[in-house]
Design a protein around this ligand. Structure first.
Ligand SMILES: [Zn+2]
Length: 415
């Protein structure tokens, strides 16, 4: 059924900027359409504007009218970095950390990513699919309309492919826009502890050909970090991924700046994600290239590590994207509403900047900007209606509470 949302206090369309993603001052110079309407037909946005321009007589008879008095309309969140397919949560390690162990110490004694890998290897494809789909349904109710999902808890040929096949099924069955990223280089499996090259060869010779043949991924990723994969190994994987038609989105600079940003910018990666540690040289490199910086503040919150220096990035004229990093180890939450609050509270991002980074810029970070990320005619009708509030500033301020009244995905009311 077609829908028209009327009397909206303010519509924030978050359209792209002149050079694509919103960057620098553009991120905060967004003006709402006051007292507006949005019309929806066939799951897409048909039109929007001021109430004075609305003509109800032009609409089909059975059009549903939703009155949004006092409410703001925003594009649904685009979460461009998640690990939402996983076997089990890791709250035992959570308690270990409360008792004083660090993330790295937990990883060294068989916890961390390797723990998730062991659990995932034992799980069935169907169970992984059912659990992940349930998580996606919860995320839609929280306002997320598009999401990127990574493999990386398989770490064997069979289990990495199993994860990617789960993501492929989610893509086919979920109303969300989904992109799939192959993260075989998430951690070195224990059996390859003394044979790094052997594992990288396995990725290149055994995993990538099947991924290409079955169309299982859109991107390639690596955890470029001390104790995981070097910039040289990352570069090799980016180049081999490119041969299989995969662009790069890479985990860099979470704990250390070891040259990953340069590798990614030089190799035209779509995004560099994490950046909790960012040197001046890294910043210059980002300015020289076209790679999107992505910050994951819930991960900083959960691990008590530094936050990505958002002000430094935005004030130097760059774009910035926010995503959740939803995963069982370092971010057991896919709540983008909380991410906008953390961005404002901990990273000093203005509310408009936080939403620009969570919507249209997220769409650019996963190359779905023609479909989602803004409220514009022709795009999917992925729209959030806030609770009644006097200003959008209230949304990130009201942290930990529900800020949404309704969520439309492809024009259908899902919450
Ligand atoms: Zn991640």
């Amino acid at each position: 059924m077609d829908t028209i949302i009327t009397n909206i206090k303010g519509i924030y369309p978050f359209k792209a900027g002149s050079q694509g993603a919103l960057r620098g001052e553009e991120m905060r110079n967004v003006k709402p359409i006051e007292n507006g309407f949005i019309s929806i037909a066939d799951g897409k946005i048909l039109g929007l504007g001021n109430m004075s321009e609305m003509n109800l007589s032009e609409l089909p008879r059975d059009t549903e009218i939703v009155d949004a008095r006092g409410q703001f309309a925003l594009p649904c969140f685009v979460d461009s970095h998640t690990h939402v397919v996983f076997a089990e949560p890791r709250h035992t390690e959570f308690v270990d950390r409360i008792k004083g162990l660090t993330y790295e110490e937990i990883a060294k004694r068989g916890g961390g990513i390797l723990n998730s890998a062991k659990k995932l290897q034992a799980a069935s494809e169907d169970q992984l699919y059912i659990d992940a789909m349930q998580r996606l349904e919860e995320l839609m109710r929280l306002g997320t309309g598009a999401i990127e999902v990574k493999s990386g808890y398989g770490l064997t040929v069979e289990s990495e492919l199993k994860m990617l096949r789960v993501i492929k099924r989610l893509k086919e069955d979920s109303p969300m826009v989904i992109k799939s990223t192959f993260l075989g280089a998430h951690a070195l499996p224990p059996e390859y502890k003394d044979n790094r090259k052997g594992y990288i060869d396995l990725i290149i010779n055994e995993m990538l050909p099947v991924i290409k043949e079955e169309g299982l991924a859109d991107y390639i990723d690596a955890f470029c970090e001390d104790g995981y994969f070097t910039p040289e190994e990352t570069e090799l994987l980016i180049k081999e991924g490119a041969k299989s038609g995969l662009k790069a989105k890479v985990h860099v600079n979470q704990f250390n700046s070891i040259g990953g940003v340069k590798t990614c910018v030089d190799n035209k990666a779509v995004s560099v994600d994490h950046l909790e540690v960012l040197t001046d040289q890294d910043l210059e490199l980002l300015k020289s290239g076209n790679t999107m910086p992505v910050a994951l503040p819930s991960c900083s919150f959960f691990l008590s590590i530094p936050y990505t220096p958002a002000r430094k990035i935005i004030d130097s004229g760059l774009p910035l994207t926010l995503a959740t990093d939803y995963n069982p180890g370092s971010t057991p939450s896919g709540n983008m509403q909380f991410v906008t609050s953390l961005a404002s509270i901990k990273m000093k991002m203005l509310p408009e900047e936080a939403f620009a980074a969570s919507t249209i810029n997220g769409a650019f970070a996963m190359e779905v900007e023609n479909e989602v990320g803004s409220i514009e005619p022709g795009k999917r009708a992925n729209i959030m209606l806030t609770q009644p509030m006097d200003s959008l500033d209230y949304f990130p301020y009201n942290f930990g509470n529900t800020n949404l009244d309704k969520v439309f995905i492809n024009g259908a009311l899902i919450a």
